[in-house]
Design a protein around this ligand. Structure first.
Ligand code: SF4
Ligand code: SF4
Length: 416
């Protein structure tokens, strides 16, 4: 009975917080004990977005571990770290104030890989004495990650004054699958719901005043368009396609990101509506005019693709989509931090020549994680005009919701 109630509670939390996913939902920061952890237990850190914390607790069920919750202003890990709302300071703060240092005999903390866009290993080690280990992208993979065995521990990551805990002595292996964001059917469904719910609520309210008899039509249309876009997302993104289109052109198409996918989808829905009108005898010029304009607006609005909506496709709003990840081979030492944090599996490391290459650079989503983490500053972005965006800029300035690096993580202020 208890298990059933807990499963029901978990399902309700998931449903409700998916509906309001566009909003931050903060929970308490601090330390949570999972099972019966000892001095050797893994320390796992995540953000204080409530849904993430609930999913982490579920993923860690049956294990003995410490879960640290750091302040990310109630925003999920990737968005918060990429947008400058989850910083080194937040990680150091929870490590120093939660009491974890008195509970374990080691100084290794496992962070979600997607935090690598904003959290830097070096300052956390220098200021707090903790080594960051980048965990898998998804919480569900943490048990497999902790049980993985690679061989001997890397002497590079051995803390000087603390013991190496059991989970690190085994050596941890993160497979390419654990490192990669896949934007699978479950995430796409969640994204469809999280777009459709607030949009349909707001649009339905507006329609009460503008076109009262069209309220139900508007709500149904928004849910239908959201699901079509996100469930068929790989195809839709391919059709929407050319993310490398010229910046000059996108400036004029930028607001609603006109492309063959959005226009084609609008046309398809307008035809469907017309067919429905003809079949049910509701077809009238007035209805079709209202329905047609509304359909076009809804498709284009849902096509906006604000920051974090999807890791696979960036609309014309995101000028950073044009940046190319570039390596200075003379600086590379082959330490593979880039491979460890890249969510699109762009890197290959030649273990003999100790050199990284980027054979899948076309898959890059310009998250900047590899640049932030490279200890030798061997990576940077190059703009289409050949301008170099150096690592210090990527480390200091984070992305705002329109994909511009304007958020200064030092002062938390937008710069112009
Ligand atoms: S690019 Fe940087 S992080 Fe990647 S292998 Fe080379 S030195 Fe290491
Ligand atoms: S190669 Fe691109 S996607 Fe991969 S970590 Fe670097 S910036 Fe992100």
């Amino acid at each position: 009975m208890k298990a059933l109630l807990s499963a029901l509670g978990y399902a309700l939390v998931n449903i409700f917080e998916t509906l309001i996913r566009v909003l931050p939902v903060p929970c308490r920061t601090g330390l949570i004990k999972i099972g019966n952890p000892g001095k050797d237990a893994p320390v796992i850190l995540t953000c204080n977005y409530h849904l993430t914390v609930e999913r982490m607790k579920r993923a860690l069920k049956g294990m003995n571990a410490y879960l640290l919750i750091a302040n990310s202003r109630g925003i999920n890990v990737w968005c918060a770290a990429t947008g400058g709302h989850f910083t080194n300071h937040d990680v150091i703060s929870v490590l120093k104030t939660s009491g974890i240092e008195g509970l374990v005999a080691h100084r290794y903390v496992i962070l979600p890989q997607l935090a690598a866009t904003g959290i830097e290993s070096k300052p956390v080690f220098l200021k707090a004495g903790w080594r960051i280990v980048w965990g898998p992208v998804y919480a569900k993979d943490i048990p497999a990650f902790l049980n993985s065995r690679q061989g001997m521990p890397d002497p590079e990551v051995t803390s000087k004054n603390f013991s190496v805990p059991g989970f690190m002595r085994k050596g941890l292996e993160k497979s390419a699958v654990m490192r990669t964001v896949d934007f699978g059917i479950v995430q796409r469904t969640e994204m469809a719901v999280s777009w459709a719910f607030p949009f349909s609520l707001i649009a339905g309210l507006i329609m009460l005043f503008v076109w009262r008899s069209g309220v139900a039509f508007t709500v149904v249309l928004i849910w239908a368009v959201s699901f079509v876009i996100f469930l068929f997302f790989p195809l839709y993104a391919r059709l929407a396609g050319d993310k490398k289109k010229a910046p000059g052109l996108s400036r004029y198409t930028v607001l609603f990101d006109f492309n063959r996918a959005s226009l084609g989808l609008s046309a398809a829905f307008i035809l469907l509506v017309a067919g429905y009108g003809l079949l049910t005898g509701n077809f009238s010029t007035d209805f079709m005019l209202h329905a047609g304009i509304l359909t076009l607006i809804i498709v284009l609005l849902l096509n906006l693709d604000l920051m974090g909506s999807t890791p696979l496709y960036k609309s014309g709003l995101h000028e950073d989509r044009l940046l190319k990840i570039t390596i200075d081979e003379s600086r590379c030492k082959g330490a593979a931090f880039c491979e460890d944090v890249c969510p699109k599996h762009c890197y290959t490391i030649d273990r003999e020549s100790h050199l990284a290459s980027i054979p899948r650079s076309d898959d890059c989503v310009q998250c900047g994680a590899c640049i932030v983490q490279c200890p030798f500053d061997a990576l940077f972005f190059t703009s289409p005009s050949g301008m170099i965006i150096p690592p210090e800029t990527i480390r200091r300035f984070k992305l705002n919701t329109l994909g511009k690096r304007l958020v200064d993580t030092a002062g938390k202020t937008a710069v112009s």
